[in-house]
Design a protein around this ligand. Structure first.
Ligand SMILES: C[S@@+](CC[C@H](N)C(=O)[O-])C[C@H]1O[C@@H](n2cnc3c(N)ncnc32)[C@H](O)[C@@H]1O
Length: 280
């Protein structure tokens, strides 16, 4: 398990009975988490600033006190916008700090300009981390709203070099193949289910292996890494490792669960990541 224990501005205070209580730069939010099937003796709602309540087909935030519509949290000099959004999202997946840390080091240690392609890139946590480490980043997401949020995070970190694309990831890769535009590193964090801008269906179990095979065609002849992250419940790290090995060869492939430490001394599991590395 790779644990994102390098946060100062974020922590998981307590967990239990399908809920997690988190502090986002001091603002206490309570959100549902399907992985949390253990119990707690604590009343997690006590002293909480806002909590997300599920209802048929979605849910809504309840506010116990006036909190900013959005605020920022920082991680190792990077700053990100936090904003309670639909589907209990806040705009940042803090556990991804384990991947930001690894990718930043690989890019800095490479001693060369690395072209990074970040797919299903959401609000740009990885795009900001890689660009800050000196990479030339292309950020692709189907949602115009998410790309606008990513631009906000880039601005917050004085970054103007990131290329932002609103498109279906598969369509984008097909076009890059035709254009013979290659990348030294590829990051993908696909949802379990997703839709492209024109309704292109994405279902991880059905599409991931073919999609990784397709991405191989835009990898440069001096690759550095390919990283796959998944939140799909039950998708074992070994499955991600096997996909990477079957497409890029068995050597230098690592995959593991990722998680967050809690103040109770537990680890909150947050999915799995796998990476294929090439000697620089
Ligand atoms: C779980 S989020 C990724 C989280 C992100 N990597 C992070 O750590 O911040 C999945 C993203 O995939 C995008 N998406 C879903 N289907 C897509 C598709 N077919 N093409 C491009 N983006 C898609 C969604 O808009 C969403 O922003």
């Amino acid at each position: 398990m790779r644990v994102a224990d390098s946060w100062k501005d974020y922590r998981v205070i307590a967990t239990g009975d399908g809920q997690k209580l988190e502090s986002w730069a001091g603002v206490k939010l309570l959100r549902p988490d399907p992985q949390v099937i253990w119990h707690t003796k604590k009343d997690l709602k006590e002293g909480v600033d806002a909590f997300y309540e599920r209802k048929e087909g979605g849910g809504f935030w309840n506010y116990n006190k006036k909190i900013p519509e959005q605020w920022t949290i920082s991680w190792q000099g990077l700053k990100f916008v936090v904003k309670p959004m639909g589907f209990k999202h806040t705009g940042i997946f803090p556990e991804q700090a384990v991947n930001w840390q690894m990718m930043s080091k690989l890019i800095k240690d490479s001693g060369r300009e690395i072209k990074v392609l970040n797919l299903f890139a959401y609000t740009g946590g990885a795009s900001v981390a890689c660009a800050k480490a000196g990479a030339k980043v292309t950020h692709v997401d189907a949602s115009k709203g998410m790309v606008e949020r990513a631009k906000e995070n880039a601005k917050l970190n004085d970054l103007s070099s990131i290329r932002f694309i609103v498109d279906d990831c598969e369509k984008f890769i097909q076009r890059e193949i035709r254009r013979e535009n290659f990348y030294d590193a590829i990051i993908m964090d696909p949802p379990s289910y997703g839709r492209g801008p024109s309704g292109e269906m994405w279902k991880l179990e059905d599409n991931l292996a073919d999609f990784v095979e397709l991405c191989k065609k835009v990898l440069s002849d001096k690759p550095l890494f390919v990283l796959i992250n998944s939140y799909t419940t039950g998708l074992q790290p070994t499955v991600i490792a096997n996909i990477l090995k079957s497409v890029f060869g068995n050597s230098n492939v690592e995959a593991d669960e990722i998680g967050l430490p809690t103040d109770e001394g537990l680890i909150l599991p947050c999915g799995a990541s796998g990476v294929k590395l090439w000697k620089n």
